[in-house]
Design a protein around this ligand. Structure first.
Ligand code: ADP
Ligand code: MG
Length: 194
């Protein structure tokens, strides 16, 4: 059993979107996947109702070790709320979505501190909502070199297929093969780290 936690101390960076798509991808490869929502705002809980083939479990059950699955993927809050240290303590890998922007890099400082406090061993930054032909991405990648957390090779571009992914049961229910390839590559990179 492996636990993947998606965390970043900033809202709107794609945590919930990536949880959904990675979970759907792993479950399509035949893995027994459970997803859990550690964000009190409940976006994942709300979308799980309309997603097919995903098992939503309670974060309480996960923390109490009651959930059995091949892979558990946990969505988290952009605030350092009380459950976060315990959730991070369970993680085999922490995925940190970062949007190419300076405030997003600033938020990463807080995330890194929290991960250090939790004793997280393995984490990776994924650039999300990358825009084509935008010099900012390169600048942000340079800034990210200052952090000890590695930046994953896979980049997730800004695509309508992600925005619509709760309506299409993930990007795999859309016809956007580029988005599908990105999620597949991201999932493979996560697996290499587990
Ligand atoms: N790669 C992407 N391309 C386009 N839209 C995206 C992408 N990733 C996320 N979004 C959209 O951005 C918004 C915020 O994403 P969300 O997953 O809710 O972030 P968080 O969980 O970090 O708050 C949502 O409307 C989502 O559909
Ligand atoms: Mg969210």
């Amino acid at each position: 059993m492996k636990t993947i936690v998606v965390a970043q101390q900033k809202g709107g960076v794609g945590k919930t979107t990536l949880v959904i798509n990675i979970a759907l991808y792993f479950s399509q490869t035949g893995a027994d996947v459970a997803i859990a929502d550690a964000d009190a705002q409940g976006s994942l809980t709300a979308t799980a109702d309309v997603l097919e083939g995903l098992r939503l479990v309670s974060i309480k059950d996960v923390l109490q070790g009651k959930v059995k699955a091949d892979i558990i993927i946990i969505d988290t809050s952009p605030r350092n709320d009380k459950d976060l240290p315990a959730v991070l303590a369970l993680a085999d890998f922490v995925l940190i979505p970062v949007k190419p922007g300076y405030l997003d890099v600033l938020a990463l400082k807080d995330t890194q501190t929290i991960l250090e406090q939790a004793g997280t061993q393995k984490a990776g930054i994924v650039l999300n909502m990358v825009q084509h032909r935008n010099a900012l991405t390169r600048e942000v990648k340079e800034l990210l070199q200052r952090f000890s957390i590695p930046v994953l090779t896979t980049q997730i571009f800004q695509r309508v297929a992600y925005t619509r992914s709760t309506m299409t049961n993930g990007v795999f229910g859309s016809d956007d093969v580029k988005a599908q390839a990105e999620i597949e590559n991201l999932a493979d990179e996560i697996l290499e780290n587990l």
